[in-house]
Design a protein around this ligand. Structure first.
Ligand code: COA
Length: 312
């Protein structure tokens, strides 16, 4: 990849979703750049700009679901002789937004940027992008040593649970998640999106959906998880991720129970690294991560720019 900034590798490492594995800096930076290069070659990601450039992916699923052209800026870089990257990035971003305005009556474009990438954060800010969400990534890289003094009755969800899980996902509202925090999406659209996400998780999008199984008729709480592909041949232990979590009013206190059971579920399948993402505002989740000895490993910011709103 002909990204030319002097600190390209370092920035690429922080953009890797697994950058909490700081001892694998070189491997993760290379893998991030190799994937980006491949995506550009295959046309899934477009490189835009000249002195400073953006790598932009059109999100087909989101575009169809929200009926609004949706783009994600995956990365940005600049040439080695660019001595004001923030200004150069802001310039490229502004031209990109003008182009989108010409092309679409409405659009949505966002980026998830690690807190270390100040140039990209400041460039997005200078181009008028708004801050939507600040995310914290917690992890355990010693999952095989995970223990918890109590066990809790849980089971894997089935399609019969879908209507309850849809309800919990949309009712246990988190006003700080990416969709609820952004005025572009109405509360109804954000609630429904989470309901669809829960439904699709049970239908196979997730590798596991765990719910309480203590004799109550309805689960009213769930955790979804998936395996993350890891380096074949070099490191056989898979990485696991807890993806979506909701705990209804009738299940207060079940976040810790489901999280410890989820950790044991992954541990039982040989996983060595488990991670999850929450909002910097989510004190109950942070409290439980700390109780279960998960460590803070990554901080990112979601910034967005849009035209019109999702319902128009
Ligand atoms: C966040 C959520 C999962 C918490 O579920 P829960 O199991 O009922 O959590 P609890 O209310 O038992 O709180 C967990 C812990 O955090 C503590 N806590 C709760 N609110 C807190 C706050 N505002 N500040 C600090 N600690 C807080 C609780 O006291 C408890 O700790 P303790 O057992 O040591 O007393 C649930 O409210 C929810 O589903 N919210 C909406 C969706 C969401 O945010 N999902 C998670 C996205 S990552």
């Amino acid at each position: 990849m002909d990204g030319l900034s002097r600190n390209l590798k370092e920035r690429a490492f922080f953009h890797s979703s697994l950058s909490f594995l700081y001892r694998r800096r070189e491997f993760l930076a290379n893998r991030f750049l190799q994937r980006l290069t491949l995506d550009v070659e295959e046309g899934a990601v477009t490189r835009i700009g000249d002195q400073a450039f953006l790598f932009v992916r059109t999100l087909e699923w989101d575009t169809n679901y929200f009926r609004c052209p949706t783009y994600r800026i995956e990365f940005a870089d600049w040439t080695s002789h660019c001595d004001a990257p923030v200004n150069a990035l802001a310039h490229t971003l502004t031209s990109f937004l003008s182009e989108l305005k010409e092309r679409h009556r409405r659009y949505y474009v966002f980026a998830e940027v690690p807190s270390e990438d100040l140039a990209m954060i400041q460039g997005l800010g200078a181009a008028g992008f708004r801050l939507i969400e600040t995310r914290l990534g917690y992890f355990r890289d010693d999952l095989q040593d995970f223990t918890w003094p109590q066990r809790f009755a849980v089971r894997e969800a089935t399609e019969a649970d879908i209507s309850n899980l849809r309800e919990v996902a949309s009712n246990a509202r988190n006003r700080y998640d990416r969709f609820h925090a952004d005025g572009f999406f109405s509360v109804q659209i954000a609630d429904e999106f989470l309901a669809v996400f829960a439904e699709n998780s049970v239908k196979g999008f997730a590798d596991v959906v765990l719910v309480p199984n203590d004799g109550e008729t309805k689960p009213d709480a769930f955790f979804t998880g998936r395996f993350i592909p890891w380096e074949a041949g070099h490191d056989s232990g898979a990485v696991g991720q807890i993806v979506l979590v909701a705990v209804g009013e009738t299940r207060r206190g079940w976040h810790l129970k489901l999280m410890s059971e989820m950790a044991l579920w992954f541990k039982g399948r040989g996983v060595r690294v488990l991670y999850m993402v929450t909002q910097a505002t989510n004190r109950p989740v942070i409290r439980n991560c700390e109780k279960l000895s998960f460590r803070l490993g990554r901080v990112t910011h979601i910034l967005a720019s849009s035209r019109s709103d999702c319902a128009n």
